[in-house]
Design a protein around this ligand. Sequence first.
Ligand code: NCD
Ligand code: ZN
Length: 343
Amino acid sequence: MKTLTLTRPDDWHVHVRNGAVLTTVLPHTARQFARAIIMPNLKPPVATVAQAQAYREEILQAIPDGRDFTPLMTLYLTAATSEAEIKLAAEADFIHAVKLYPAGATTHSDAGVGNIGQIYPLLAALERHGLPLLVHGEVSDDDCDIFDRERVFIERHLNAITKEFPALRLVLEHVTTSEAVQFVEAASANVAATITPQHLLFNRNAILAGGIRPHYYCLPVLKRERHRLALLKAATSGNPKFFLGTDSAPHLTNLKETACGCAGCFSAPAALELYAEAFEQVGALDKLEGFASFYGADFYRLPRNSGTVTLAKSAWQIPTVYGDEDVVITPLKSGETLSWKML
Ligand code: NCD
Ligand code: ZN
């Protein structure tokens, strides 16, 4: 059987939620990844070092016995965040970044930043302290077409931010367009990007052609095929600015299969397998280890993992749902056959 062995990978962007959803989803991430950057968009948001510490404790409790997994915590940047809190975050060894959500851009982003100009003093503090800024790069204006929101965010905000704060370490999260790829490639070595499995595998037809498929709906929304091809090229290029971040974003099935469904794809149960499928499409399985296991750690200035994981070319059917009677979550590619399986 064909197999692929990689240094243990990390997930540089994941939503694990809290409460019963946390205990349902975390074992999947902890099985595949050694570490993960934990997104702070809970309700209320994880906006202080004390809240991040409490959330970290809750996550640690949910790790199955015997699993070696480290949550890397982040703070949610709000208009009320102080420079003192950023200093505290930079001093806390368990906090690795601060996340910027433009208000209204995505799930639980109402506490996010309305006026990006107003947070420049905070960006200066992040730059000074060397703490990375993770960016949800979409404008949220009603009059901006949803398929243009990432490109417009880059033009309107990111060009200015990287110019004003050249030493700021910045990750443009879950990039979805050729314009985002070009922006990251042209920026300094302080700027990187994560790429999700769904944006490497699917274009917007997956959501809308032949019927509306809510489990393919996430934000930023899937784009045209030419954008998918640009992302696949970037991910498999060996350029260390592009690394793995699943953006696995579980929502209860009934909250996605409804008149106004939530944004987010739950990819954690088969994340590595999905990436392997995408890399194999372009004959680039030899580039998966750098993308999944090296470049993110290097960017975050953390040691690369020891140990390995092995995938086998062995077809299996992903369950239609995960959870129990109280928590039902539909995974990406629910009920479909995957060609790689993590052993
Ligand atoms: C994320 C969520 O559900 O928390 N949803 C998504 O579609 N990606 C939020 C986010 O990362 O935008
Ligand atoms: Zn996300």
